[in-house]
Design a protein around this ligand. Structure first.
Ligand code: 3HC
Length: 384
């Protein structure tokens, strides 16, 4: 099936970036949102991003010409001839289901419908349509024009054809697709991200370190592009709290008590988008790299221990292998190397000891996964 026109529903942070990526891959694109305020802002942001690429010589085609391939509308009518639609509206399940009901009634029967949801189960979205086999998760990363990863999440209903078409589309968009074998709340990316946030928060709330010390260890010790709190600000604390709640309430991950995120959310200090979160930014929507001291007393192995434990859980449950987890972290979060590879380098026993220590303080989520215990007993690593 050849895709000629792509529809994007929602012109926010992710939606406008997905529209840009689609137009850059030479597709005609229609973007729908509820108001011209959102659409005009999206136009500006796409133009800004395309200009950056053009000025650096990373694209040859003029931004104005690329823009000609994108139409904007407040009416779903423009979706009538779309071959593949990607939904990127806020993470409210009722809203997503309403959007899919509408798309199902408006688009031709051959059209594939994807959701960019970061954590909502695809099957619960598919169930409102009459084409369950054509519904799939296509999870992009912020900022979509820069981040190479796309998680491909089939539900129990998704057909092989839909999976193939979506993987092919991701590749044509110059992205690296990682397919989950089994659908799991939060997918791979956000389950690992959740675990990083939980441990970062625990360290601060238990008085082991400050926010800046945690982030300095992430940036200077682990060489990540952003600290964990900085990344939470970048993604949006509302988005972070949302994915946290979805994953924990699904019953597939034990919670870790953390008040800081909740307090920021309630105070509407949502990070870069509001100009203030764990850090302050020059203006709402304007990110500037956070300045941090170089040294930190935080042990990088402790900071990633819960995330590595989650990685072991994902492997043990047959959702992905260690290599897939590493691809997700390298291309979805710009890690310099994979999480599981870092774990091997820092030592599985070291990771295990931190898990046991924190578990002994009463945090049940840190109970070491049996795969980690097995690796220790056989003196192996995830790759070694
Ligand atoms: N379009 C075009 N260019 C862009 C851009 C955009 N949207 N955003 C950034 N850039 C360019 C900048 O112009 C700059 O170019 P230059 O080096 O030639 O000057 C370059 O990218 C680097 O940007 P900055 O100098 O502003 O800042 P950084 O060096 O810190 O890089 C970053 C920014 C690429 C975002 C980097 O910090 C990073 O990789 N951070 C991690 C992001 C991440 O983990 N994203 C995933 C979040 S999780 C998610 O999205 C899932 C969801 O479900 C929650």
């Amino acid at each position: 099936m050849s895709i000629k026109k792509i529809g994007v529903v929602g012109a926010g942070t992710m939606g406008h970036g997905i529209a840009e990526v689609s137009a850059l891959a030479n597709y005609n694109v229609s973007v729908v949102d509820i108001s011209w305020d959102f659409l005009n802002r999206a136009k500006e942001r796409i133009m800004e991003s395309l200009n950056k690429f053009y000025e650096k010589g990373q694209i040859k085609e003029k931004p104005e010409d690329i823009m000609k391939r994108i139409e904007f509308s407040t009416s779903y009518d423009v979706m009538r001839d779309a071959d593949f639609v990607i939904e990127a509206v806020p993470e409210i399940i009722e809203l997503k289901r309403k959007v899919f009901e509408t798309l199902d009634s408006i688009t031709p029967s051959h059209t594939f419908l994807a959701s960019n949801t970061s954590s909502i189960p695809i099957s619960t979205i598919a169930e409102v349509t009459k084409r369950k086999e054509k519904i799939i998760g296509m999870h992009f990363f912020n900022p979509p024009p820069i981040m190479k990863l796309v998680e491909i999440v089939p539900s129990k209903y998704t057909s092989d054809e839909t999976i193939e078409v979506t993987i092919d589309l991701a590749k044509k968009m110059n992205k690296i697709p990682v397919k989950l074998k089994v659908e799991v709340p939060g997918f791979v990316s956000n389950r690992i991200f959740l675990r990083l946030m939980q441990e970062a928060c625990r360290e601060v709330e238990d008085g082991e370190a400050t926010i800046e010390e945690v982030d300095s260890a992430a940036r200077n010790g682990l060489k990540l592009p952003m600290g964990i709190f900085e990344l939470s600000d970048y993604v949006g604390i509302d988005v972070a709290v949302d994915l946290w709640n979805v994953i924990v309430s699904s019953g597939t991950a034990q919670d870790v008590k953390c008040e800081m995120y909740k307090r920021k959310f309630e105070a509407k200090e949502l990070g870069v988008k509001t100009g203030k979160g764990f850090y302050n930014y020059p203006a709402p929507g304007k990110y500037r790299k956070v300045e941090l001291q170089v040294t930190s007393k935080v042990d990088p192995a402790r900071l990633i221990s819960l995330a590595v434990n989650e990685g072991a859980w994902l492997i043990q449950n047959g959702i992905v292998n260690a290599k897939d987890i590493d691809t997700v972290m390298i291309y979805g979060f710009n890690f310099p190397k994979g999480l599981m590879e870092i774990a091997d380098e820092l030592g599985i026993r070291n990771i295990y000891n931190h898990l046991v220590d924190i578990y002994s303080k009463g945090y049940v989520a840190y109970r070491p996964n049996s795969l980690i215990e097995e690796l220790i007993n056989t003196s192996k690593g995830f790759y070694m």
